[in-house]
Design a protein around this ligand. Structure first.
Ligand SMILES: Cc1ncc(C[n+]2csc(CCOP(=O)(O)OP(=O)(O)O)c2C)c(N)n1
Length: 277
């Protein structure tokens, strides 16, 4: 996909995720919106995947460690044809294959069950290590939240990945500066996630996470094989980006989403996302 196609894909991911949340009536809007552009880049070409054969062994792996952002991943998967788009309306319903938090046993295209924060980078490091043992050229991408990076397990995994020189592992950190209960700076401020990954010996790239070209370039760099280390791509993002009823609120982690709000937000997205960046 070229740049304008990626932007259009990101907009469709936002729209489908909002529809999905509105069908259930509430959910994790903030952290779903902030990763839409990164998902567009991954599913728009950077991630080797096969909607007709989601378990294909040579696929790249994606771990959505901030598993509460399932609606955004489900939107991307549905738009790529992993399952029918109608299924998005079953988010969190009894017996659904689309639970609020991602579950690899339920949803085609979901590679890891996540929701208890802090665990995904460990799983991803294991997948990357496994790929090396297999002699396989697949990559593993892990999407983490900045609040999530307060979990100690993230840094155990980071050190493991560096110690084993897992250059086939890419962490994408959604640095939207907000977590469940407010601003990261106020909850556990100080320090720099980029600096922490660098201190663990990772290659670190910092980009505007809503600029699909910048994210694409960073992911391509992460895959260039030139660093003898894993790569962390720090995405400078806005929580709720593009959903006009959520963006800019201090507490937009999980919100009720009415049909009217969804319609208004979708109409605004269709006319072009406002310049928060
Ligand atoms: C171990 C653990 N503790 C607490 C929670 C509850 N929880 C769910 S989402 C969230 C905030 C996550 O913030 P962040 O990682 O920044 O995600 P984002 O803002 O991108 O949605 C918390 C505390 C959880 N899911 N897992």
């Amino acid at each position: 996909m070229n740049s304008s196609e990626l932007e259009a894909f990101a907009a469709e991911i936002r729209i489908a995720a909002i529809e999905c949340l509105a069908a259930f009536g509430q959910g994790h809007i903030g952290g779903s919106m902030s990763i839409a552009d990164a998902l567009a880049v991954l599913y728009g070409g950077e991630l080797r995947h096969d909607p007709q054969n989601p378990q294909r062994a040579d696929r790249d792996r994606l771990v959505l460690s901030k598993g509460h952002a399932g609606p955004a991943l489900y939107a991307a998967l549905a738009l790529r044809g992993f399952f029918p788009r109608d299924l998005l309306a079953t988010l969190n319903a009894g017996g659904t294959s689309l639970p609020s938090h991602v579950d690899r046993t339920k949803t085609p295209g979901v590679d890891m069950t996540c929701g208890s924060l802090g665990q995904g980078l460990s799983a991803g490091a294991g997948m990357a290590f496994g790929a090396r043992l297999d002699g396989a050229d697949r990559y593993t991408f892990v999407i983490l939240g900045d609040g999530e990076c307060q979990e100690g397990q993230v840094w155990e995994a980071a050190r493991f990945a560096r110690a084993h020189r897992l250059k086939n592992l890419v962490a994408l950190v959604d640095e939207n500066k907000q977590q469940l209960d407010g601003y990261v700076e106020n909850v556990l401020g100080g320090g720099s996630i980029a600096g922490m990954f660098a201190a663990c010996g990772w290659r670190v790239l910092e980009v505007n996470g809503h600029d699909v070209d910048a994210v694409s370039r960073a992911v391509q760099t992460a895959k260039d094989g030139l660093a003898d280390a894993p790569t962390a791509v720090i995405l400078d993002t806005v929580k709720g980006y593009g959903a006009n009823f959520a963006e800019g609120l201090e507490f937009n982690h999980s919100l009720p989403v009415s049909k009217e709000e969804a319609e208004s937000a979708i109409a605004a997205i269709r006319t072009g996302i406002g310049g928060a960046k």
